[in-house]
Design a protein around this ligand. Structure first.
Ligand code: PLP
Length: 223
């Protein structure tokens, strides 16, 4: 299958999963995750009218997206990978949504950069729902206080939560936990679900699903 055939299949699966649980398919946005793939592989998706994309590395995104944006100014680019504080400037410049806010140092750097530039990407907080030591994200038990600090100490409006469940576990408890944290903090957007489990994430309330390999094909190297 081509990228476009897989894209159309993913769109159809998303719509079906939404309808199956009584949701409006338009309430779920597909983020095509294009990390490791060159601009040539992204082009057919842009030509087909898709505009929402995800990258997990600032440096890689910088090498790919500014040129594509000249041709397609209405692209919506999501940063879904960890953000280092020394990359905040570039991240605010390039991304429309930063999904990986997860510590005060980043919150502070973002608030300074937003004040300096007046450019305000939408912000999501990443939650490490499985409390995995190697994984980014605020721990679930610290999520409420971190969200309060983002709002009160740094003046940041957090619109969504994001998680990447442990690879070797059922995803549903992690999705449910993320939805819980969002509900009790009055947060509307939930970025959860990847190629292997986006239907499940939609059942549990995902408003954004991040789909890479099911559309782009297998990646040559893990990213
Ligand atoms: C790579 C990546 C995805 C997409 O993963 P697939 O399994 O290829 O769909 C989603 N979210 C994050 C944070 C990623 O790094």
């Amino acid at each position: 299958m081509s990228i476009i055939e897989r894209y159309n299949a993913a769109k159809a699966s998303i719509a079906r999963a939404a309808k199956d649980c009584g949701r409006d398919p338009a309430s779920v946005t597909l983020i095509c995750v294009t990390k490791t793939f060159p601009a040539d592989d992204v082009a057919p998706l842009l030509e087909a009218g898709h505009r929402v994309f995800g990258e997990n590395r600032v440096q890689e995104a910088l090498s790919k997206w500014p040129a594509l944006r000249e041709k397609y100014p209405d692209i919506e680019l999501h940063l879904i990978g960890p953000l280092q504080s020394n990359k905040t400037r570039e991240a605010v410049e390039l991304f429309d949504v930063i999904e990986s806010v997860d510590r005060e140092k980043i919150a502070k750097a973002l608030s300074e950069e937003i004040a300096r530039t007046g450019k305000h990407p939408r912000l999501f907080v990443q939650v490490n729902t499985g409390a995995e030591p190697q994984k980014a994200g605020v721990l679930p038990e610290n999520a409420d206080s971190f969200l309060a600090a983002c709002r009160d100490a740094y003046g940041l409006k957090i619109e969504g939560l994001m998680c990447v469940p442990p690879l070797d576990q059922q995803a549903s408890p992690h999705f449910a936990l993320l939805a819980d944290i969002a509900a009790r903090n009055g947060i509307a957007e939930l970025s959860m679900g990847m190629s292997s489990d986006f239907e499940l994430a939609i059942q549990l309330g995902a408003t954004y699903v991040r789909v890479g390999s099911a559309i782009m094909g297998e990646r040559d190297y893990p990213a």
